[in-house]
Design a protein around this ligand. Structure first.
Ligand code: DHB
Length: 398
């Protein structure tokens, strides 16, 4: 090969490399810390199916040359040490620019200091304890807080039931729900008939539902992590005959999570809950979401509120990526996040409160009914609109 050709050949190699470098620079690495194994694997699966569906429908809308690389890690359940180690590896070894997922509160709490130290924006897809977003300026949330559902649930319950027994999982989201419900309920004149906290890992719900039954309340208000635990507590409620004794079962929407309704069966009929999302919601954006879900995952399957958390968090991630044309700056990302809005989420209009980086959304009262022969959380009314996290609002006023 003549010298001229050699130079031309090496030039073309370096040009190609140069292009490859640019392409690599446009690959955004996103770490996903999610619960994909253990007793609550179905929670992570719901979240994953939600954000993957979003990716399938929107990946083409990324700026030219921008690619996403998702590095997925399984935390196995509420396990803060595990989550912290995984996040550390994602940040230090894999050099992720963003982190998302976070099914469980203890795991989100554990990674908050890392987000601050490494300046890695975290987009929460589920974990719902109010305090989480206060633990790092790099955290924003696209799910819900337990205060958003349990406080209005308590206020509503005071109008319907004289005495309510509370039963919650003994960890921070359960404590939030118990405190919020009790405040709303007592402030409006309700009388708490008794309360119990149940273990988070592998609980046997029979003894707790028996205690609730013995207290002879008008209703039991329960919080458990959604998924299989919801089905197990519903079964204990039915097996011990609380429904037949005229004791109603109420709670945040976790207790009748949409995807588990077929496993729970007819004991759910008439169960009332308060939540930010129902698969039965008749908004056009939800109808489109359900149609896309069924096409992808099967006609007999349903997304849950967790799937919508995955979908919406990915929408916010796309928004910050597009606004920065694929170059992620952590502080600019957080500025953008504070202006994030989506009038057309499957759950209704949502936005991020710029003061708290927490989600603002509508809250619905729902009842399980049969629609076309299928159990569904039918939305009866929107009981509050554009709700900010009440825990932060109350504490701000102090
Ligand atoms: C958590 C909250 C939930 O509402 C749920 O169903 C599961 C987990 C949490 O914050 O840990």
């Amino acid at each position: 090969m003549a010298i001229k050709e050699l130079i031309a050949a090496s030039l073309s190699v370096s040009l190609t490399l140069g292009l490859a470098d640019t392409a690599r620079a446009q690959t955004i690495k996103i770490g996903v810390v999610n619960t994909l194994s253990g007793g609550s694997a179905t929670l992570g699966e719901m979240i994953e199916k939600g954000y993957k569906l979003y990716l399938k429908h929107h990946e083409k809308s990324l700026p030219p040359g921008v690619k996403l690389e998702l590095i997925v890690r399984d935390d196995g359940g509420p396990n803060p040490d595990n989550a912290k180690r995984l996040a550390q590896e994602l940040i230090v070894r894999d050099k992720v620019q963003l982190i998302t997922g976070l099914t469980y509160t203890p795991n989100a709490i554990a990674i908050a200091p890392l987000a601050t130290e490494a300046k890695v924006p975290v987009f929460i897809m589920n974990a719902g304890t109010s305090v989480i977003t206060t633990l790092s300026p790099y955290i924003s949330r696209y799910s819900f807080t337990l205060w958003q559902s349990c406080l209005p649930l308590g206020e509503w319950a005071a109008r319907k039931f004289k005495r309510v027994y509370t039963a919650v999982s003994d960890y921070s989201p359960g404590h939030d729900c118990e405190t919020a419900f009790t405040k709303g309920y007592k402030d409006k004149g309700g009388e708490v008939a008794g309360s119990v906290r149940m273990p988070v890992a592998s609980p046997d719900f029979i003894p707790f539902m028996q205690r609730a039954k013995d207290a002879k309340p008008n209703a039991v208000m329960a919080f458990i992590p959604a998924g299989r635990q919801a089905t197990a507590i519903m079964k204990a409620y039915g097996d011990l005959g609380l429904d037949k004794a005229g004791i109603k079962f109420i709670g945040p929407g976790d207790i009748t999570t949409d995807e588990e309704l077929p496993n729970m069966g007819d004991v759910t009929l008439g169960v009332l809950s308060v939540h930010h999302y129902s698969a039965a919601g008749d908004r056009p954006a939800n109808k489109a979401f359900i149609a896309a879900w069924k096409k992808e995952y099967g006609d007999k399957t349903w997304p849950s509120f967790m799937s919508v958390g995955g979908w919406d968090a990915m929408d916010a991630i796309f928004y910050v990526i597009k606004a920065q044309n694929g170059k992620i700056d952590p502080d600019r990302t957080m500025q953008l996040v504070k202006a994030y809005k989506n009038p057309n989420s499957p759950r209704g209009p949502i936005s991020i409160d710029p003061d708290t980086r927490d989600i603002v959304q509508n809250i619905y009262l729902r009842e399980v009914r049969k629609v076309g022969g299928v159990l569904a959380n039918v939305e009866l009314e929107t009981i509050a609109t554009a709700v900010k996290d009440p825990w932060k609002e109350i504490n701000k006023k102090k």
